[in-house]
Design a binder for this molecule. Sequence first.
Ligand code: G4P
Length: 196
Amino acid sequence: MELLQQKILNEGTVLSDHVLKVDAFLNHQIDPQLMVEVGKEFARRFENDHITKVLTLESSGIAPSMMAALDLGVPVIFARKRKSLTLVNDLLTASVYSFTKKETNEISVSQKFLEPTDNVLIIDDFLANGQAALGLASIVELAGAKTAGIGIVIEKSFQNGGKLLRDNGFKVESLARIQSLEGGKVTFLEEVGVGR
Ligand code: G4P
């Protein structure tokens, strides 16, 4: 997605060979207009997948998920990482280990919002090692529902998450795929098809 790539090049900061800072438009300050376009692009890529719910993980997954869900005309659910005062009963949970942050989060979703008939689109801001997406997919499975696809705003293709998810048979659509952050420079993975 050309607009997103430009945004990454113009406003992203390479912090190391593995970490890209995008707090100017995605992880802290959020660019609503960009999110509208991101949502449209996800909706386009999954328009034939009969999506009934979008599922994400708080907090940075919420903005792109909202816009995609709006375009697809379905609700969005965000899994919580922290215990909620009101979210106490009938929880579907998964343990997600972050290699980046070296911590494990228990993520949870209320059972009442996922039905066995649901066809779920999982969306997240970053794909690194794929653990968050796998955790969300296991929650979908616990509900007896189906993961129809996984939408990622920024995939770091040099880490193993993309391969892991695709090898597991998931349809993964990433709006920007980064091949390398080496030398402080963002290099995108060239894809067949303009605008990807
Ligand atoms: P994984 O789910 O693909 O295995 O990724 P990982 O555990 O490595 O990532 C954990 C957190 O770190 C996630 O945020 C993810 O978005 C973020 N992250 C991973 N790589 C990068 C990167 O290069 N740049 C930035 N900016 N973030 C990265 P989170 O803990 O869920 O935080 P948030 O959603 O509350 O912002």
